[in-house]
Design a protein around this ligand. Structure first.
Ligand code: SAM
Length: 196
């Protein structure tokens, strides 16, 4: 039942370092697209002052639960079924939202729903953090990410590396202000916004 992602093992510490810096001192963090559950199981015990709420499509829950059972972190909640393409959402409030490597997977309508939900769920000053590959109008996409984009679109034409500017526009339309954008290993980015 426990699925394993090698990229999670590689990126968890660089991501955790940013999360330690940007997440609030208390409250509930809603993770969207928790995948195998490895990130949740790694982050929750290391951020014991926060309540970690994983979520994903139901098919991933067995693995999320299996990783959580090993982590034995009292601040790690059972996963929620959360489909970015479906309404209503199973949760009405979060102090912060974290979405790792999912914006380039879900169809654009799901990205729109993510930002609309951030406006709805977060308190003023609340944080939305995303991690993944992004294309910037000001510079060429890295060859590794060009290849990744082709691979994603070959699998699902509705997926693909997103334009930072388009995503940031969505954020602004939903009352979120860019608060950070940082280069990460493997040509990935950590980007975060704060609700005004
Ligand atoms: C590339 S994986 C990333 C998983 C994990 N965050 C990580 O970094 O390893 C993308 C995740 O998006 C989830 N996903 C795909 N479509 C979704 C949707 N419509 N709503 C919510 N999650 C979705 C998948 O189930 C998968 O867990």
């Amino acid at each position: 039942m426990k699925q394993m992602s090698a990229s999670c093992e590689r990126n968890r510490d660089p991501i955790l370092a940013v999360l330690r810096e940007v997440l609030p001192n208390s409250g509930l963090v809603l993770e969207i697209g928790s995948g195998t559950g490895q990130h949740a199981a790694y982050f929750a015990p290391r951020l014991p002052h926060l309540l970690w709420q994983p979520s994903d499509l139901a098919g991933n829950h067995d693995s999320i639960r299996a990783w959580a059972a090993e982590a034995m972190a009292p601040n790690l909640r059972a996963p929620l079924v959360l489909d970015l393409l479906a309404e209503p959402w199973p949760i009405a409030h979060a102090d912060a939202m974290v979405c790792i490597n999912t914006v380039h997977i879900v169809a654009w309508a799901g990205v729109e729903n993510l930002f609309a939900a951030a406006q709805r769920l977060l308190p003023p000053g609340g944080l939305l953090y995303v991690y993944g590959a992004y294309r910037y109008a000001t510079r060429p996409l890295e060859p590794s990410n060009e290849e990744f984009d082709r691979w994603l679109k070959g699998r699902d034409p509705l997926s693909g590396v997103r334009d930072f500017e388009a995503v940031n526009r969505l954020a602004e339309q939903n009352g979120l202000k860019l608060a950070g954008d940082r280069a990460m290993p493997g040509n990935n980015r950590s980007i975060w916004w704060q609700k005004a």
